[in-house]
Design a protein around this ligand. Structure first.
Ligand code: AHR
Length: 493
């Protein structure tokens, strides 16, 4: 592989600047296609190994990447979800009008969601229904989930077998209210937000962070109106931006597997756009909230391609290649940079939908390249961000953090042709090497299948081989084309 001969030297600052919230690696699971149905939920009577109906292989894999929280039940589905149909012994089916017009049996409801969180050791982010639900319905749901003492909803929860309330850390008031959640103008939604959130009562000791529906991509006016009219009533404002190759044009969505170098570059341009979007939405938020109290929550992001041939167009099932691994790494680099304002991000979606961590087919499961990027970045969870200075080579970016007496440095090379030799100068001598792994593939289209599940998997780097070494204060690494890497070293002294 061609390598530019002179390594680029980059320097790690000696002091961290801001916190990297673990929730930047949040997940999103919607009642859509086989995300929940078959991907997470198989039911207690399934021959697929499960605990209380939740797939054991999926839970075990997700625990490896330390999933910090799961947003549920949508997405667009959230604004047609009536939670009472999904609790108790008699579940009431509904039609999933957004996603394939299929029947949704509501077997997986509030109790099953909190059981999933318990199995994952993750926090809750429940998205409420503003588009087709009432204030009363939302308020009852909060009471059902979080009120301990005697009340009609707490008694109903007990009658359904759950004595104690659950912890509800985050609650979204509507989803994409500018589109599938009600086609609203920002002025109208801002008023509705103020009204609905009033009845998201704080019954327990666990504070509920209230998240308002934010902008679609570059709709800066939406952010302006929401911040001007409802900033005081919110803890977070969302942002949705999907990486759609071909200038982000919806109608020109491309194949997940069949793409060339132009398709690769077009994808990277859309992934990098997240930086501009956060910067500009953040500037508006800064004017209204200079103390950065309100979190910019990127609660839907990821690649959106054509569905795999022969699959239901409404199920959004797509394959996942090295390209997706690189897109995920680019997003983390951007989120880290902006983490003083962005303290939560949720990739769409956790299993079998869009840029998924895991794909399942009946009893089989495979980890995607995106899963491995999440693993490579997992040591940044709840670490302190350390700026990296220097002139970065084209297509290369680096992010670093410190936690538990160790520096974690993650790299992405989004270039297709050249390996990138780098030297990272640490502020202090490196101690023990705790982790050094690189993720790439034979080609940019490399991906994992149920029959070949390790085509794209992290490989350990050995000091003294393949351009990698840790000596004194210097970490040297040669990033292959289309790769993601992480090095974690103890800080000496
Ligand atoms: O993630 C798929 C869909 O994308 C979500 O339901 C919706 O919020 C967005 O448009």
């Amino acid at each position: 592989m061609p390598t530019s001969s002179t390594p680029t030297t980059l320097v790690l600052a000696d002091a961290p600047t801001h916190h990297l919230d673990r929730r930047l690696q949040g997940q999103f699971a919607e009642h859509l296609g086989h995300c929940i149905d078959g991907g997470i939920w198989v039911g207690p009577d399934s021959s697929i190994a499960n605990k209380n109906g939740i797939r054991s292989d999926v839970v075990a894999a997700l625990r490896e990447i330390k999933v910090p929280l799961v947003r549920w039940p949508g997405g667009c589905f959230a604004d047609e979800y009536h939670w009472l149909k999904g609790v108790g012994p008699e579940r009431q089916p509904m039609v999933n009008t957004h996603w394939g017009m299929v029947s949704e049996p509501n077997d997986f409801g509030t109790h099953e969601y909190f059981d999933l969180l318990h199995q994952l050791d993750a926090e809750a982010y429940v998205n409420g229904n503003v588009g087709s639900g009432s204030v009363q319905e939302m308020s009852d749901w909060i009471e059902y989930m979080t009120l301990e003492s005697t009340s009609p909803m707490a008694e109903l929860r007990r009658a359904h077998g759950r004595e104690q309330p659950w912890k509800l850390e985050f609650f979204g008031v509507g989803n994409e209210s500018w589109g599938c959640g009600g086609t609203m103008r920002p002025e109208h939604y801002a008023d509705l937000y103020r009204q609905y959130q009033t009845f998201v009562r704080q019954y327990s000791d666990t504070p509920i962070s209230k998240i308002a529906c934010g902008a679609n991509v570059d709709d800066y006016r939406w952010t302006e109106v929401l911040m001007a009219n409802a900033a005081r009533q919110m803890d977070g404002l969302s942002l949705h931006h999907y990486t759609i190759p071909n200038e982000g044009i919806w109608e020109k969505k491309a194949s997940a597997l069949d793409f060339d170098a132009d398709g690769w570059r077009a994808t990277m341009v859309q992934a990098w756009r997240m930086d501009e979007l956060i910067t500009r939405h953040g500037q508006i938020m800064d004017r209204h909230d200079p103390g950065k109290r309100v979190n910019l929550v990127v609660d839907e992001w990821g690649t959106w391609y054509q569905v795999e041939p022969g699959t239901n167009p409404g199920f959004l099932f797509q394959q996942n290649t090295v390209r997706d691994a690189v897109v995920a790494a680019i997003h983390f680099v951007i989120f880290h940079k902006h983490a003083a304002r962005v303290r939560m991000a949720n990739i769409a979606q956790m299993v079998n939908v869009l840029q998924a961590m895991l794909l399942t087919d009946g009893p089989r499961m495979v980890k995607t390249p995106t899963f491995h990027t999440f693993s490579l970045f997992s040591d940044h969870q709840d670490a302190e961000f350390v700026p990296v200075g220097g002139q970065f080579p084209d297509d290369v970016d680096v992010t670093a953090s410190v936690k538990d007496g160790a520096h974690t440095i993650s790299f992405v090379n989004a270039g297709l042709d050249e390996a990138a030799p780098l030297v990272i100068e640490l502020p202090v001598e490196a101690g023990e090497l705790l982790r050094a792994q690189v993720l790439t593939g034979a080609t940019m289209q490399s991906h994992n299948t149920f029959d070949h599940s390790d085509e794209v998997a992290p490989v350990d780097l050995e000091s003294g081989r393949d351009g990698f070494s840790v000596e004194g204060r210097r970490v040297s690494i040669t990033l292959p084309p289309h790769s993601v890497a992480t090095v974690r070293v103890q800080v000496r002294g």
